[in-house]
Design a protein around this ligand. Structure first.
Ligand SMILES: Cc1cc2nc3c(=O)[nH]c(=O)nc-3n(C[C@H](O)[C@H](O)[C@H](O)COP(=O)(O)OP(=O)(O)OC[C@H]3O[C@@H](n4cnc5c(N)ncnc54)[C@H](O)[C@@H]3O)c2cc1C
Length: 401
């Protein structure tokens, strides 16, 4: 199978991304089975041209100039329940095809009373993209449930099983986001089967609530456990109030979610900020990191990732080894740099979300450059006010800030 004989007329990336910007790529293939995905990717890679993988397009912001290569659309579906083992009582393992919509997976697992990803309800996009930035929300992250991925490796063309520990999963990042090239084919998760709790408590419970705002919405304390369906419902209500659940009737959801990550700075720098600036200490790194085995991950991508972690994921205010790191609120920094919800540059159709300063939205017909101009403006204001350069969270294709 090649892009040409797949015979697919390329569609503008604006139609495939939630930000609704992006030009027409030169070629496009859509794979609905894992076999087709592998074959198509190998054919595209053999042709030597540029390529771009896209799932739900909810974390991709692409230039309107188009893309001089092949877009590989991942549309594989399926959820497989793996056999239970005596070694893991109360654990359910599922293997999920990359193109399975993430929130449909959450509905499936919550409906069966399997906990672990219920607080990740309402996040748009595909399951295969979930490890790319280690999706997280309301006190849960993919990393706590991820066991392994099946990965089609660009360097060798082979399918590898990569354990979660080899993926460098961290706050909104992984080796997949930092340079390890290839395609996630499947995602394997370990969830908690709450059958015993059902017998004792009469209903399946979610994992302990790990986020103060969610605990408040549920009327419980941090660490309490409540019905798994209540967690999902409360998360969806909270997300909708921030424009973070895709809704064609809500223009604030025409975005890529949070446009900037929360900066990570050294504690001494954080102390120079106003006293009301939210800040969360990070756990110190493990003293010894066991590097993954295998030719793939011991090569340059992981090295590149480690270097990038040091240079960019942690902001320019990260300090010498040993000093504690602190995570700041990008939304607070933006608001306190004088940018209000709904802010638009004159004549621009890009806007800061009316519900959340961290999201940049397309109010209708915005160009990719208008989105980028607003992002640069926000960065500039925060830099001028606080000396911090906010880093974009979405993957930018053909766009530089
Ligand atoms: C309204 C809204 C709310 C959001 N809320 C959250 C949130 O709460 N938490 C959060 O973490 N994120 C959030 N996001 C961001 C986004 O939904 C997630 O990052 C999601 O996992 C992206 O999935 P996708 O399939 O749409 O990715 P895409 O945009 O299609 O791709 C994103 C990146 O992953 C790569 N990729 C995609 N599929 C694969 C694959 N199979 N193999 C290898 N690489 C692949 C792409 O090449 C690209 O680099 C939100 C986005 C929106 C629009």
């Amino acid at each position: 199978m090649t892009p040409e004989n797949a015979g697919q007329e390329p569609i503008a990336l604006a139609e495939l991304t939630t930000m609704r910007v992006g030009g027409v790529p030169a070629h496009m293939v859509t794979a609905t089975t894992q076999r087709d995905l592998i074959d198509a990717a190998r054919a595209v890679w053999a042709s030597g041209g540029e390529w771009l993988v896209i799932g739900g397009g909810s974390n991709t912001v692409a230039s309107d100039d188009g893309f001089e290569g092949t877009v590989i659309r991942v549309a594989t579906r399926g959820i497989e329940i793996l056999p239970a083992t005596v070694a893991e009582p109360g654990v359910v393992r599922v293997r999920v095809q990359a193109g399975e919509p993430w929130d449909e997976l959450v509905v499936y697992t919550v409906g069966r009373g399997w906990s672990g990803i219920e607080a990740l309800s309402g996040i748009p996009g595909s399951t295969g993209a979930a490890p790319v930035q280690n999706i997280g929300a309301y006190g849960q992250e993919l990393s706590t449930s991820l066991v392994a991925i099946d990965f089609l490796d660009y360097a060798t063309g082979e399918v590898l099983r990569l354990d979660a520990a080899a993926l460098g999963l961290d706050y909104r990042t992984s080796v997949l986001k930092q340079g390890l090239q290839g395609i996630v084919l499947t995602v394997e998760l370990a969830l908690h089967d709450t059958a015993e709790e059902r017998a004792v408590l009469g209903q399946p419970l979610g994992r302990p609530v790990g986020y103060a705002q969610l605990a408040g919405a549920l009327g419980v304390q941090l660490g309490d456990r409540v019905a798994i369906t209540d967690v999902r419902d409360a998360v969806l209500v909270l997300r909708a109030s921030k424009g973070m659940v895709l809704n064609p009737d809500d223009p604030d959801t025409c975005s890529a979610g949070s446009f900037f990550t929360n900066p990570i700075v050294r504690e001494s720098f954080a102390r120079t900020l106003p006293s009301d600036a939210p800040r969360w200490p990070l756990e110190p790194d493990e003293p010894d990191v066991v590097m993954p085995i295998g030719s793939l991950v011991s090569g340059t991508p992981l090295d590149a990732f480690v270097a990038l972690q040091a240079e960019s994921a942690v902001s320019e205010h990260a300090g010498p080894v040993g000093e504690r790191l602190v995570k700041l609120s990008a939304a607070w920094l933006i608001e306190n740099a004088g940018i209000r919800r709904g802010f638009q540059l004159p004549g621009s159709r890009a806007a800061v979300s009316g519900k959340h300063t961290l999201a940049i939205t397309n109010t209708g017909g915005a160009t990719a450059e208008e989105i980028a101009q607003l992002a640069r403006f926000v960065q500039g204001r925060v830099q001028a006010e606080f000396g911090i350069t906010l880093q974009p969270e979405p993957v930018l294709v053909g766009i530089t800030l």
